[in-house]
Design a binder for this molecule. Structure first.
Ligand SMILES: [Fe+2]
Length: 386
């Protein structure tokens, strides 16, 4: 029984068609002049135009920045900030995946507090409260709408920095499942696997507490009942909504309990080898579960989660076996076929030890442990059921 303090949640507005609540959320946040941060894919799907029209029809000024890049870097945030400086918004809206929401948050830091993103690495470095921010996910994976962190990569090294502040948390998060219908299949697959990893990593993190564990468990229940149809490209509207709820619950869990070694080992694969975040996390996850089983509390949690699975649909149940079954369904390329040079594994392991998120893994992780994880993932090592 460790002491803990929970962190607040945004006000959550959800359900089909709930994007229509955006003007009301902006008004209640005190905004009259919005900078809507998004990307070109979301704009092409028509969501940006619809959100902007809703605001304009309600008499709220709206400027659109659609230059968000995947895995935004410091220079991407500076470019968005230059745009924001010309607009002079009193409220940010992030519409898209984690990259759009994190770009909006990063831009909010720099516009209100100046300096560089690296000045805000960690938590609570903003001297002036940030402007109100509203998060609207169009993917079901990152849970960024429920987190007070912007994940921004350094230019050149691509090292991910988690930049957090209490005032970076969204005032409102709008969870409209109609918006996730436009996701390309590969994006739906990778974001779903990322959300699954969030629910499982937060469930065993050393920072977990009774409240974060409730978020993790609820996330896992939603995600586990919806993920297989998503991976098969056969998700119903109810299953897409389940993934969106699960992703948001997992975001709340991260906000309260952090992540673990699957994210710590995935980040160097993204930075050095260009693997998409969800792909890298998914490949590492079963191996991390295997290692974490050495810790009795983690083993118990995995065993409990195994009992929550209504059906393993072909897999011999146990959380690790089920995750591996999902990877087969998702048809992800294994690490050995992703252009990762086996000679790089030692360097990747060194990098993984520097990832902030790894310190919350239930089993303490040294360079040699990460090296074993990579070797197992690289060879597709035989698994043990949990
Ligand atoms: Fe993630």
């Amino acid at each position: 029984m460790e002491p803990f303090t929970t962190r607040p949640s945004p006000q959550l507005v959800g359900g089909p068609g709930s994007l229509a609540e955006l003007p009301s959320c902006v008004r209640k946040s005190g905004g009259q002049n919005v900078l809507l941060v998004t990307d070109q894919g979301v704009a092409a799907a028509g969501h940006t135009e619809r959100a902007a029209a809703l605001l304009e029809d309600a008499g709220i000024a709206c400027a659109v920045y659609d230059g968000t890049s995947e895995n935004p870097e410091e220079s991407d945030i500076l470019a968005a900030m230059e745009f924001a400086r010309r607009v002079g918004p009193d409220c940010f809206v992030g519409l898209g995946g984690g990259s759009s929401m994190d770009t909006a948050k990063g831009c909010n830091f720099l516009l209100t507090n100046g300096g560089a993103m690296s000045d805000y690495k960690g938590y609570g470095a903003a001297r002036t409260p940030l402007l109100p921010f509203i998060g609207i996910p169009t993917t079901a994976g990152t849970g960024s709408e429920c987190q007070s962190y912007a994940v921004i990569s350094r230019d050149r090294s691509h090292e991910k920095m988690a930049c957090g502040d209490p005032s970076a948390l969204a005032t409102y998060a709008i969870l409209d499942p109609d918006l996730t219908a436009s996701m390309p299949h590969r994006v739906a697959v990778l974001t779903a696997l990322d959300a699954l990893a969030h629910s499982l990593e937060t469930a065993v993190s050393t920072r977990r507490n009774s409240f974060s564990s409730a978020y993790s468990r609820e996330a896992f229940l939603h995600i586990s009942s919806a993920i297989e149809p998503v991976l098969r490209g056969e998700a119903s509207a109810i299953e897409r909504n389940g993934m969106l709820m699960g992703s948001a619950f997992a975001g709340l869990a991260i906000e309260n309990s952090m992540l673990g070694a699957a994210h710590a080992s995935a980040n160097p694969l993204t930075a050095s080898c260009g693997l998409a975040h969800g792909h890298a996390v998914a490949l590492m996850l079963p191996h991390v579960i295997g290692l974490n089983q050495e810790v009795p509390e983690a083993r118990e949690t995995y065993a409990h989660y195994g009992t929550l699975l209504s059906s393993c649909q072909g897999a011999d149940c146990g959380v690790r076996a089920w995750v591996e079954h999902l990877l087969t369904v998702a048809d992800l390329s294994p690490l050995a076929q992703c252009g990762v040079d086996p000679g790089l594994l030692a360097e990747l392991a060194e990098d993984a030890t520097r990832q902030w998120t790894g310190q919350f893994n239930p089993r303490s992780m040294k360079r040699e442990d990460f090296a074993v994880l990579y070797e197992n993932a690289f060879d597709g090592a035989a698994t043990q059921d949990t």
